[in-house]
Design a protein around this ligand. Structure first.
Ligand SMILES: Nc1ncnc2c1ncn2[C@@H]1O[C@H](COP(=O)(O)OP(=O)(O)OP(=O)(O)O)[C@@H](O)[C@H]1O
Ligand SMILES: [Mg+2]
Length: 139
């Protein structure tokens, strides 16, 4: 599931995340870029639903990494509050993806030198209720 998708409601974004989840096997890192409120967390919520998780998905802005349980373990990081790259090793992000876990990272740019993403999801708010999602795979 690659390419550009338009969502006109939160519900549609959840469904998009759910469809995207179907292609995850485990071990993937997914970076989500986009401004505040562009739908990154809603997309991850949809992914969790797709991976059979009923855990509550919330923004990990303050705790930096949330963990949910579904068919796979889902790690959900948000690096917005990270002040310097020097704080990255302590988070141990690289160690998180295993064959039965996937890692989602919001505000990933501070880690772009050290982390290799498999998918990049570019999120954009194009209207009050509309969002554009561009999903690409990095080989
Ligand atoms: N089509 C849509 N898709 C997703 N969210 C939408 C849509 N329309 C409205 N919204 C609203 O936009 C907000 C998106 O918030 P969300 O937490 O997903 O953003 P975010 O990109 O994770 O922001 P942040 O960088 O602050 O973490 C939610 O309040 C949601 O209800
Ligand atoms: Mg968010």
């Amino acid at each position: 599931m690659l390419g550009t998708y338009i969502s006109e409601s939160e519900k549609e974004t959840l469904a998009l995340g759910e469809s995207f989840a179907a292609q995850l096997h485990g071990g993937e890192i997914v970076a989500l870029r986009g401004e505040l409120g562009s739908g990154k967390t809603v997309f991850v919520k949809g992914v969790c639903r797709g991976l059979g998780s009923t855990d509550v998905v919330s923004s990990p802005t303050f705790v930096l990494i949330n963990e949910y349980n579904g068919n796979r373990k889902i790690y959900h990081a948000d690096l917005y509050r990270l002040e310097t790259e020097a704080q990255l090793p302590a988070l141990g992000l690289e160690e998180l993806p295993s064959p039965d876990a996937v890692l989602f990272i919001e505000w990933p740019d501070i880690a772009s030198k050290t982390l290799r993403y498999r998918f990049l999801v570019q999120c954009e708010q194009t209207g009050n209720m509309t969002r554009k999602f561009h999903i690409e795979e990095r080989k």
